[in-house]
Design a protein around this ligand. Structure first.
Ligand code: FUB
Length: 339
């Protein structure tokens, strides 16, 4: 994570040009994972706070402590904050930094997946369970065995299988792992080597564990070659998301230090995925993180920016905008602020 910077921007002007406004503005929220459960939209965001922690490149200033679920009766209706759904103090294995979560629904139960740093400072991913999409969620006492890094995203395929995608470099610690094993000496590969990929595993029937050894996903360029670590405009950084459109699997993600939401497509949940382009150009604030969700036959990008906090990078607000596909299945990229 980078150091903070308050950009020199006329925010009144910027907000006039914004393609959408914050869905809620009484708290700061980010990393929106949106799903339609029983016809209603539920958004599982990070709950940004100013934890008073100094800025550093590991993102320690992203000191979030709990999750709130945001619900919407329809895409045009007011977004409702349903209060605290899970607090770090209630998670025995977790100490701090409740970063980007996601949720899944299976057989009447709702599962909240979340990353947090354990007491040794290493990120792991936990799961908490509820009978309601808005919680409260009861955490499992231990993190998911074999989990690591950040930004879990759950994809339910049409055959009823669930997959978890995760990983993020720099503050998200993914660069410390090779073949699922942590070593302090591991770093990002050299610029001319293959970029680190996001990680995928099928979830167990009870949704509480990995059903298999997690695998690294390959993202290929237009010539079928793996994206390189030095290709900062296109390589995976964090914020995995998978959706399916016309039988194709779309893997979308943030490029981190170049601030794009990009996507790559493939024929199955494990990839490889071939890079196709950008979905969202940079927003105000350093991070960018999104989800893609179909509602009543239209497709929506849920994302965040730091316009409400006037550029404070760890105080973000969730937003939504419609996205469109071209006939060939490519996505029409969005500019978050009109010219
Ligand atoms: O919200 C904390 C971190 O910032 C997330 O886990 C990343 O994806 C980035 O949005």
């Amino acid at each position: 994570m980078p150091e903070n910077s308050i950009e020199q921007i006329d925010f009144a002007e910027l907000n006039k040009k914004a393609i959408s406004q914050p869905l809620i503005n009484h708290i700061y929220t980010a990393d929106p994972s949106a799903h339609v459960f029983d016809g209603k939209i539920y958004i599982y965001p990070s709950h940004d706070i100013d934890a008073g922690i100094p800025f550093n490149d590991n993102g320690d200033h992203f000191g979030m402590e709990d999750y709130h679920v945001i619900s919407m009766d329809s895409i045009d209706s007011e977004a409702k904050d349903n209060g605290v759904a899970l607090h770090v103090d209630d998670v025995p294995w977790a100490e701090r930094q409740m970063w980007a979560p996601d949720a899944a629904h299976k057989e009447g139960k709702y599962y909240l997946y979340f990353p947090a740093k354990a007491h040794d400072g290493i990120f792991k991913i936990g799961v908490a369970i509820s009978d309601s999409p808005i919680g409260p969620f009861i955490p499992e006492p231990e993190a998911i065995a074999g989990s690591y890094s950040i930004d879990p995203a759950i994809f339910e395929d049409e055959d009823g299988k669930y997959y978890i995608y995760f990983g993020g470099i720099w503050g998200g610690q993914l660069q410390k792992y090779r073949n699922n094993i942590y070593s302090e000496i591991n770093e990002e590969p050299h610029a001319d080597k293959k970029a680190l990929g996001p990680i995928v595993a099928q979830l167990s029937e009870d949704m509480k564990q990995f059903a298999e050894e997690p695998k690294e996903i390959l993202i290929l360029d237009e010539n079928g070659k793996p994206l390189l670590a030095g290709d900062h405009d296109r390589r995976f950084f964090e914020a995995s998301w998978v959706h399916k459109y016309n039988g194709k699997y779309y893997f979308s993600y943030s490029t981190g230090d170049t601030h794009f939401i990009c996507y790559a497509t493939g024929d199955n949940p494990y990839g490889p995925f071939t890079y196709k382009g950008r979905i969202l150009n940079p927003v105000v604030g350093w991070t960018t993180h999104h989800s893609i969700c179909e509602y009543k036959g239209k497709w929506y990008l849920f994302y965040h920016d730091s316009s409400l906090s006037e550029g404070v990078t760890h105080l973000r607000s969730i937003k939504v905008a419609e996205i469109n596909y071209n006939e060939d299945g490519t996505i029409v990229p969005l500019n978050p602020y009109k010219n």
